[in-house]
Design a protein around this ligand. Structure first.
Ligand code: GBH
Length: 472
């Protein structure tokens, strides 16, 4: 095989999020977010697990940064817990909360690791949910205020900024299927939440830019889906189109092009008249971006509901009788072919290549980053305490090679963040699903780099993918 090599400036990173790793949920003035409330509500997460301790990163961040340095990472993407900074979601900032992130960033910079800050990775302060949450417009204004506070505090030392992580998940899983916090199952609230998340992104980007040096970059991370129809039958193509609008167009329409797709309005006209989209909103949302973050795990395969061979619903996010997709009761989801990870998600690197090429066509000139990609497996230490995860190495090799093909095909992909640095709290799935390149023993919280971490470290160090069977 010819070696797969990357451009010298390519950024090799890893990603995490605050609620999934920090713990210390009652320290230094932090108050509950919707994920604290949700995970402590019986029946919402596997085994009733929660992020109270998580992997204790709040206390172990120095060791974790040292680990990143050992692995030779060039960049680290993490998120900020809004409830540490503004416990009620409003009003003045809590200095101790901001100080934690300042210490973390300084530690990263001291080791030559570029920080990339995500402002919102799903953990809304509970008080804002009590006031209505993302379906209410005020939440977008609150987010802009929070963005300004964090931008003022860290804008002098953090260059890469991401407003929101995967607004689709916040809206459709939080307010539609209810498998994520706050666990509401309201189709119209899902669409209202989507619009207000878009508005939050636009107002947040503007607020960040108003207080930060011009050299800093502002992006957002979308979990854009590659949506495939089961056949070229017009009914199946229409089903794929509808899901594409609800998964992708609902965000990149207003954010990249300044308009919602007309077909989205048609598909949802029985539910809502979209009157919460006010004059001026689309211009506020359609801010120029410095980059776009793509999070990719697996593609979706859909058909019209009268199609034959309809498989079981590939939900991937825990059982719910409620569909996350408003206005799409006539669409069926199918199991995608191929091997699966421990999440049940099929492994399909071509879906990542397709996605990158799509954005290359749709947003020419916009630099792209893969802000998340990775896989969960049932990792276990062997008798010598080593953790061998050849499946994860194969997954990473396949997807990084797909990124490289896209670059060859003309895409401007500047970097890749492996999800995740550490095993962590996998939302509704609790701690059973391990996404880390670094194994965490939950009894002792000891960290052990898996073979994939050593494999990835070599890729980062050499800019070339090691063979999948190289022994580490
Ligand atoms: C990301 O979400 C999150 O940002 C991160 O916090 C999380 O830990 C990580 O991924 C792993 O879950 O319905 O079978 O077609 C990813 C969420 C995963 C949502 C794939 C859509 C489609 C699976 N996405 N999912 S399926």
């Amino acid at each position: 095989m010819t070696p797969v090599s990357f451009p010298p400036a390519f950024l090799w990173g890893a990603a995490t999020s605050a609620y999934q790793i920090e713990g210390a949920v009652r320290e230094d003035g932090r108050t509950p977010s919707i994920w604290d409330t949700f995970s402590h509500t019986p029946g919402k997460t596997a085994g009733g697990e929660h992020g109270d301790i998580a992997v204790d990163h709040y206390h172990r961040y120095r060791d974790d940064v040292a680990l990143m340095a050992d692995l030779g990472l060039g960049a680290y993407r993490f998120s900020i817990s809004w409830s540490r900074v503004q416990p009620t979601g409003r009003g003045p900032a809590v200095q101790r909360g901001l100080d934690f992130y300042r210490r973390l960033v300084d530690e990263l910079l001291a080791k030559g690791i570029k920080p990339a800050v995500t402002l919102y990775h799903w953990d809304l302060p509970q008080e804002l949910e009590d006031a209505g949450g993302w379906p209410e417009r005020d939440t977008a204004y609150r987010f802009a205020e929070y963005a300004q506070i964090v931008g003022e505090a860290l804008g002098d030392r953090v260059e890469q900024w991401i407003t929101l992580n995967e607004p689709w998940c916040s809206a459709f899983l939080g307010y539609g299927s209810g498998v994520h916090a706050p666990g509401r199952t309201e189709p119209v609230a899902t669409l209202r939440a989507s619009h207000h998340l878009n508005l939050a992104h636009g107002l947040g980007a503007t607020a960040l830019r108003s207080v930060m040096p011009a050299r800093n970059t502002v992006a957002l991370s979308l979990n854009s889906s590659t949506v495939r129809p089961v056949s070229q039958d017009p009914a199946d193509l229409a089903a794929a189109r509808k899901i594409d609008d609800l998964a992708n167009g609902i965000y990149h329409g207003p954010i990249l092009h300044g308009a919602y797709p007309a077909s989205l309005f048609t598909a949802t006209e029985q539910l809502t008249d979209w009157s919460y989209v006010l004059d001026g909103d689309l211009a506020a949302i359609n801010q120029p971006l410095d980059a776009l973050g793509l999070n990719y795990y697996t593609p979706a395969l859909v058909s019209a509901s009268d199609a034959e061979q309809a498989g079981p619903r590939a939900d991937g996010h825990g059982a719910s009788e409620h569909s996350p997709w408003p206005g799409a009761d006539d669409v069926l989801f199918h199991q995608t072919p191929g091997d699966r990870t421990a999440m049940g998600w099929s492994i399909d690197p071509t879906g990542l290549h397709e996605l990158i090429m799509r954005y290359t066509r749709e947003a020419p000139g916009l630099p792209l980053y893969i802000t998340e990609n990775g896989a969960a497996y049932d990792d276990k230490p062997d008798s010598e305490g080593r953790v061998h995860d050849p499946e994860r190495i194969a997954y990473l090799h396949g997807h990084l090679a797909a990124v490289r093909r896209a670059i060859t095909d003309g895409a401007d992909v500047r970097g890749y963040y492996l999800w995740s640095l550490l095993d962590n709290f996998e939302w509704a799935y609790g701690y059973e699903k391990r996404f880390g390149a670094v194994y965490v023993d939950y009894a002792t919280l000891t960290r052990t780099p898996k073979s994939s971490a050593h494999w990835y470290a070599k890729a980062a160090r050499t800019g070339t993918l090691p063979e999948v069977d190289e022994v580490f």
